[in-house]
Design a protein around this ligand. Structure first.
Ligand SMILES: *[C@@H]1O[C@H](CO)[C@@H](O)[C@H](O)[C@H]1NC(C)=O
Ligand SMILES: *[C@@H]1O[C@H](CO)[C@@H](O)[C@H](O)[C@H]1NC(C)=O
Ligand SMILES: *[C@@H]1O[C@H](CO)[C@@H](O)[C@H](O)[C@H]1NC(C)=O
Ligand SMILES: *[C@@H]1O[C@H](CO)[C@@H](O)[C@H](O)[C@H]1NC(C)=O
Ligand SMILES: *[C@@H]1O[C@H](CO)[C@@H](O)[C@H](O)[C@H]1NC(C)=O
Length: 586
């Protein structure tokens, strides 16, 4: 048996030993085992009051595992059945041969009469799920699991929650490869003994589906890839100044006039389907309506609510991006509008999430000089109005039983007093994380210099003259190694680290649409997923080695491609076929 850990010296694995993100402890051998369609799968969800089954159940592969009827309750059994089905299909339909990680001339093994097959996979839930486990607050669900595969072909998963079982299933699939000529799949890593638990409870991606409207199936596709990397939060930045694609039945004019075109919208069904599709895989959607800035798309249906709309050509005095515009800060009409908006939206969010993001980034004070309810850019005038604006929104969120999330500016620039339940999402600097936790608030990380995946594409603004090389504000492109080097706990004292819930990578939509979303996110989001699940430091407290990570992430990239995700390559096969050829400077 060999362990990935304990090797104090620098080493290249002889063959990839899979598993991304890396488990807390992972011991494996090198014996070959096969798996095929008739593997017996049993599970026991325990005596969970929340569950509709008790004792051992034989998993039956049928259509109900494949097609979610979208209306029946999201029970642990429903979730597990669907994820077992998904894991089996991932293993047996992948056609993923790891030839790129073997010497030239290597061929996949083929089963023979004396091949050992995995006969059983058993899954056992050891403890009842907490209430609302499918839409928990950070830290409420124990996602840990153990996974053992014996040389004789018995596989056993144990976890304290249904979500833990689901995480373990993704690990299980990553042990296997498939000779495209064969129906069955194989591992060469038996016996396997894994214990795993996440470092951070909040592991997310923020996708901007407002500046460019991303089709539903592609959002679901990202959810698959996220869950496969054990990420558990999808932050949907669903409205912005440029377009308002989210249909609000109580305010139909919002999307009718504010969307780019009538078909570029998310209907209530779409919205529910995204949330449910995610929840089935243990991913919680956090919806953001960014305000009071980033709202000018409301102007198309409600011009009376927006100040400083589309000032041209000097829009940059009033906003970070065109079109300028902000919700008026001291307006009864805005208040009534938000009452209607929240009463419509909150009941459609609360079945699937415990959070709602009220935005609050990049609010431009100058815009309020043109706000007839304020007519000032003086912080002394604006600050109390902003406090009241945000308090009201947060009360609306709390009334629905949800916890508010805000961008860091609300706390750190506007000095708002926020209640303890508010999660503060940082993006501007590492110091922001420290400042947030010093104020006793829960923080999300995602420093734009590391985790904004849209950076480095160059300017999208049309600029006069020669600004060559036309770099964007957050250039250069953050490659996976840079994304991977980011430690969410940088400079956070031990006693405050529990307040860092985790973080999100961000993909803003100025230059990312359906065509390049896959490759803008993957595999770089996977690099962040390992930081968030496994931590940025290894067992010995050292920064994780990119050299060790590189072939594993290469393997994950191939697995994503096998799942149909257009993830970019990390290296040439030449590098990974003989693990030392592309090393330099060791
Ligand atoms: C299976 O048997 C063949 C001979 O019949 C032998 O060459 C091979 O090593 C055996 N394989 C395993 C995995 O035991
Ligand atoms: C389950 O919870 C127990 C404590 O109640 C803990 O010791 C164990 O590590 C957890 N995870 C697994 C997979 O057993
Ligand atoms: C917040 O406090 C800082 C430091 O005291 C101050 O510079 C800033 O103007 C305040 N912001 C507002 C909006 O009042
Ligand atoms: C570890 O990574 C951090 C960035 O997160 C960096 O500042 C530090 O220099 C690295 N330490 C070593 C020993 O490379
Ligand atoms: C890698 O290349 C080196 C030098 O060309 C060679 O000695 C070694 O056997 C190769 N290793 C593998 C695993 O191909």
């Amino acid at each position: 048996m060999k362990s990935l850990y304990g090797a104090a010296f620098f080493f290249f694995p002889q063959f990839i030993s899979a598993i991304w993100p890396i488990p807390v402890s992972y011991i494996h051998g090198d014996k070959e085992l096969w798996i095929r369609e008739d593997v017996q799968i049993y599970y026991d969800l325990g005596t969970d009051s929340d569950s509709d089954v008790q004792d051992w159940v034989v998993f039956q592969s049928d259509d109900s595992n494949r097609v979610d009827d979208k209306t029946s309750p999201l029970t642990p059994k429903r979730m597990l059945d669907s994820n077992i089905h998904r894991a089996l299909r991932t293993i047996l339909d992948s056609d993923y041969s790891p030839w790129k990680f073997h010497e030239r001339g290597w061929t996949d093994p083929s089963p023979s009469d004396n091949s050992t097959y995995i006969t059983t996979l058993t899954l056992k839930q050891l403890q009842p799920n907490p209430e609302n486990f499918e839409k928990a607050l950070a830290g409420e669900v124990d996602e840990s699991y153990t996974l053992r595969v014996s040389e004789e072909g018995a596989a056993m998963i144990e976890a304290n929650s249904t979500i833990g079982l689901i995480r373990a299933l993704t690990t299980f699939t990553q042990l296997f490869y498939q000779n495209p000529e064969q129906k069955d799949a194989y591992t060469q890593l038996a016996p396997v003994n894994i214990f795993d638990t996440p470092k951070f409870p909040h592991r997310g991606i923020n996708i901007d589906v407002a500046r460019q409207v991303i089709p539903l199936h592609l959002i679901c596709h990202q959810i698959d890839a996220m869950a496969y990397n054990k990420m558990n939060r999808l932050h949907l930045h669903v409205t912005d100044s440029q377009s308002w694609p989210l249909e609000i039945p109580a305010l139909p004019e919002l999307a009718e006039k504010g969307a780019y075109r009538p078909t570029s919208t998310y209907s209530p069904d779409d919205f529910r389907n995204i949330q449910r599709y995610a929840a089935l895989q243990g991913v919680e959607v956090i919806t953001e309506i960014d305000m009071p800035g980033h709202t000018s798309s409301i102007w198309h249906s409600h011009p009376e609510l927006i100040a400083a709309y589309n000032i041209q050509p000097d829009w940059d005095t009033y906003a970070a991006e065109p079109p300028s515009g902000t919700l008026k800060l001291n307006s009864k009409d805005v208040d009534a509008f938000l009452d209607t908006l929240f009463s419509d939206l909150m009941p459609r969010v609360s079945p699937y999430s415990s959070y709602f993001h009220t935005g609050g980034d990049e609010v431009n004070k100058q815009a309020y000089t043109l706000d007839d309810t304020v007519k000032s850019a003086d912080p002394v005038v604006l600050q109390p109005l902003m406090q009241r604006f945000v308090d009201r929104n947060h009360d609306r969120v709390r009334e629905a039983g949800l916890a508010p999330v805000v961008w860091e500016e609300m706390l750190l620039d506007w000095n708002l007093t926020l209640r303890e339940d508010v999660v503060v999402q940082t993006w501007l600097a590492d110091e922001s994380v420290l400042k947030v936790v010093e104020k006793g608030h829960k923080a999300l990380v995602g420093n734009y210099n590391y985790w904004y995946l849209d950076c480095g594409k160059g300017q999208w603004l049309d600029l006069p003259g020669s600004y060559s090389p036309f770099l964007d504000y957050c250039a250069p492109f953050h490659n996976w190694r840079h994304v991977y080097s980011y430690d969410p706990l940088t400079s956070i004292p031990l006693e405050s680290q529990h307040l860092v819930l985790g973080g999100e990578v961000h993909i803003w939509g100025e230059q990312t649409d359906a065509v390049n979303l896959d490759r803008m996110l993957w595999p770089r989001a996977a690099a962040a997923a390992e930081v968030l699940w496994s931590g940025a430091k290894d067992e010995q407290g050292r920064n994780r080695s990119q050299t060790e990570a590189s072939p594993r992430l290469g393997d994950m990239r191939e697995r994503l491609v096998a799942l149909g995700v257009g993830a970019e390559p990390l290296q040439m096969p030449y590098c990974t076929m003989n693990g030392t050829q592309c090393a330099l400077g060791f």
